[in-house]
Each structure stands twice: as C-alpha cells, then as structure tokens.
Design a protein around this ligand. Structure first.
Ligand SMILES: [Zn+2]
Length: 287
C-alpha cells in the first residue's frame, strides 16, 4: 500500500490516498495523439506487452472541523472475474487501508463526493455485506453527486454502459444517503464542486481554497499531467472532447493565476504538482 501523502492548503488538511492502479490501453489514454509523440514522454518502460499503461487511483481526504470528506473512491473490490481481466485489469481495492493509515474508519467519513461515476472513481461507494446485499461503504456519510451525472449513469447508452455500474451508486438512493446537486456547490467549508465538463457532460473537479491558497483535484479532466501542459492532448474516453479542451484551458489559467496545487487522479501516486509557465511553455512540476 502507498503511504498517505499530506499537504496543507491554507487551514485545510488534505491527504492523498490510493486505491491502487488500473491498466488501460495507452492509445485510448492518449486519444488522437500518435504514439511517436507520447511514447518518449510516458517512457516505453511504462507500457506493457499488451500496450497498456498504469493509471494510479489517487483519492483525497479533507478534514475541516468535524467534517471528513472523501473525494472519489477508486475501483473498490467488487469487480472480479472476466470484467476485471478484460476491462479493468490492475491491482486495486486498497482505499480502506489508506484511510486506516490516517486513523480513520469507514464510519468516520461524513461526506463522499465523486467527480463523476465511472467505475474507477466510485468503486468503494458501496460494498457487499456478508449476506451479499450491496450497502454504502460509509454508513454515516452523505454522498454528494452532480444530478446530471447521476442521471447519465442511471441511463447509460451503448458507449457509456461499459463503465457505469449501477451497483456503485443505485444503493445510495435506496439508503437515503444520496444528495444530488447542480453546478458549483460547497461540499464542506472551503471545498467546492467546480464543473469541468468534457470527460462527461456533468464532470466536476474539486477546488479547495483557504487563506489565499488553492488546490484542485482534477478528476478525469486529465488522465496524465502532460494533458494539462498540452490542452489538445485529450483522452479518447472523453465524450465531449471539445468541451474538455475548454475546461482544460480554464483549469490551466486558474492553476497559473492561483499557483494551485493540482492533484491528478491518474498520475503516478500521489499525482500532485504545480503548473508553471516559462517562455510561453507550460510544465507540470511534481510537488
Ligand atoms: Zn478515471
């Protein structure tokens, strides 16, 4: 298990914990960009024989007063067998160990928020109880989700159904823990949903701001930090790529203006860094 990495953002205490990693087709991660351009940057050693690259599953925990907020919940432990081998290979399911390393149990989490509901971002939202029933993993938490995203996930189409698994979010409505919101919404004091559409229509990043400092948990606005440096590099997973382009430009401007700590979900753990600009060239510098 990766040890939690902590950061201070103004008066907020933030920890990055990791559910593990998945391996996805590298060409899909890099979208229209030819392999000859991205391979020297990613490193050929990071691509396996099946042409897949590792994507870390970084999640964050923010404490503020009595609130314990968990953003994104990784792949979880419910995907097994053929779907795991074919669709979501990797090593994952370690999020609760990460929480424990922070001295927290599932019952300590008061709010869960998902940037979106793809399988690699909400797996630990639920778990299977001993009797086989699906139950929320965090029994006391409010689960806050963008209404449009929840609707898209509950009504997937031919293209999106491969990653929207009802078992990850339908039980939350049944248990009465689901809270649907629209657009920019405060999750806990100092932490806000920030709509960044493109990867999905209602995808939202998470902004932490306190005492003049900012951190942004990007969600899947980028799958690799190079995609912030180069806004035209957009993953094939994005359903609205031109909207991703606009959202990424908005993210980069804000990151530069506020010298924000960026936490990239899928960059190698802990995925945190800052964007700097020199001579018109933007570079992501790991923190
Ligand atoms: Zn993802």
């Amino acid at each position: 298990m990766e040890k939690p990495v902590r950061y201070r953002v103004g008066n907020l205490d933030i920890a990055v914990i990791c559910d593990g990693y998945i391996k996805l087709d590298a060409g899909a991660v890099m979208g229209l960009v030819p392999r000859v351009l991205w391979e020297p940057i990613i490193g050929p050693e990071n691509i396996d024989r099946e042409h897949r690259m590792k994507l870390s599953l970084n999640c964050i925990v923010v404490r503020s007063g009595d609130e314990v907020l968990l953003v994104d919940t990784g792949m979880g432990d419910k995907v097994q067998g053929t779907p795991r081998e074919r669709g979501f290979p990797g090593e994952y399911g370690k999020l609760l160990e990460g929480l424990r390393a922070l001295g927290l149990g599932p019952e300590d989490v008061t709010v869960v928020a998902n940037t979106h509901l793809h399988a690699d971002h909400c797996g630990w939202n639920t778990r299977r109880a001993g009797d086989g029933r699906l139950v929320p993993t965090f029994p006391r938490a409010r689960y806050i989700i963008q209404a449009g995203e929840f609707d898209a996930a509950m009504h997937p189409n031919e293209r999106t159904r491969g990653t929207y698994f009802e078992e990850n979010f339908a039980p939350l409505a049944e248990s009465g823990q689901l809270e649907l919101v629209e657009g920019e919404t405060e999750l806990i004091p100092g932490v806000t949903y920030w709509p960044t559409p493109g990867h999905t229509a209602d995808h939202a990043s998470i902004v932490l701001s306190s005492a003049g400092e900012t951190a942004i948990y990007t969600g899947d606005l980028v799958h690799h930090a190079v995609q912030i440096e180069r806004p035209a590099w957009i993953a094939a997973f994005d359903i609205l790529p031109l909207m991703s382009l606009e959202s990424k430009k908005k993210l980069a401007e804000r990151a530069l203006r506020e010298n924000a700590l960026l936490i990239c979900v899928h960059n190698p753990f802990p995925g945190a860094g800052r964007l700097i600009e020199r001579d018109g060239r933007r570079t992501f510098v790991p923190a």
